[in-house]
Design a protein around this ligand. Structure first.
Ligand SMILES: CC(C)(COP(=O)(O)OP(=O)(O)OC[C@H]1O[C@@H](n2cnc3c(N)ncnc32)[C@H](O)[C@@H]1OP(=O)(O)O)[C@@H](O)C(=O)NCCC(=O)NCCS
Length: 213
């Protein structure tokens, strides 16, 4: 598809798998509104604040977190900031005005082919203002335009319409729906699969805001 108004031109060389070295040293990232930085054990209470909520856990594999789980997860996610070498995963806390409002993970699933998966979880109290969109868009730019990712996949419970809207806002293409392939909280659920390639048009930030406002 040729670039159209509001769409970034794409770089055809990226389609060949000729990707630059990892941009691990470029964390933390800043956007106009957000700081995206590595997670530390001290983030456990902040993560628990939203992971403990039933509405956040609803479409996640996890049950709502207690304090022990939050501590274990904050520790497990600490220092994971490299895609081109071990642990081949990045776990970021997203801060808005000094408060952690969400977190984003990217992990390599097919290193030789530049394949990675991304997931995001945000505090609903900060929702509806495009903060999650801003944060995930910044990470997508970093790992695809400056990092080793050629194909970025997002999977979600098919009932998670907000998450699907977020993926679509970023220019991710819905590739399919896997029927009844996950057992979550007592039932078989469908999974939506979105993916982004270097050749896919990505909305510019102003376009993202217009199309969602
Ligand atoms: C998925 C999730 C991150 C989406 O959160 P969100 O609040 O919809 O996302 P944003 O912060 O980007 O806000 C986007 C909304 O704000 C609106 N908005 C307002 N100002 C905006 C701006 N400047 N830019 C973009 N959107 C803006 C958009 O219209 C959009 O609303 P809509 O989806 O009703 O059209 C959140 O629901 C979540 O964390 N859920 C729980 C965990 C989960 O399920 N994670 C995904 C697992 S796969």
């Amino acid at each position: 598809m040729p670039p159209t108004d509001g769409v970034e031109p794409t770089d055809p060389t990226r389609a060949s798998g000729d990707v630059p070295a990892d941009a691990a040293t470029d964390w933390p990232l800043r956007t106009d509104r957000l700081l995206l930085r590595g997670i530390s054990p001290a983030d456990a209470p902040a993560l628990q604040r939203y992971y403990a909520r039933a509405d956040v856990a609803r479409y996640l594999l996890d049950d709502p977190w207690d304090a022990d789980r939050a501590r274990a997860e904050a520790e497990r996610r600490t220092g994971r900031l490299r895609l081109d070498g071990p642990p081949r995963a990045v776990n970021l806390a997203v801060e808005h005005e000094g408060t952690v409002i969400g977190d984003i993970a990217v992990w390599m699933t097919g290193r030789q082919r530049g394949e990675a998966e991304i997931s995001w979880v945000f505090d609903p109290d900060s929702g509806g203002r495009g903060l999650a969109t801003d944060a995930v868009a910044a990470v997508v730019t970093q790992v695809m335009d400056h990092g080793p990712v050629r194909r970025l996949v997002a999977r979600m419970d098919a009932r998670n319409t907000r998450s699907a809207r977020l993926a679509a806002r970023l220019g991710m293409v819905r590739e399919g729906r896997h029927r009844a392939d996950w057992w979550i909280k007592g039932e078989w659920t469908d999974t939506l699969v979105f993916a982004l390639l270097p050749t896919d048009p990505r909305p510019r930030r102003s376009e993202t805001e217009r199309s969602t406002g």
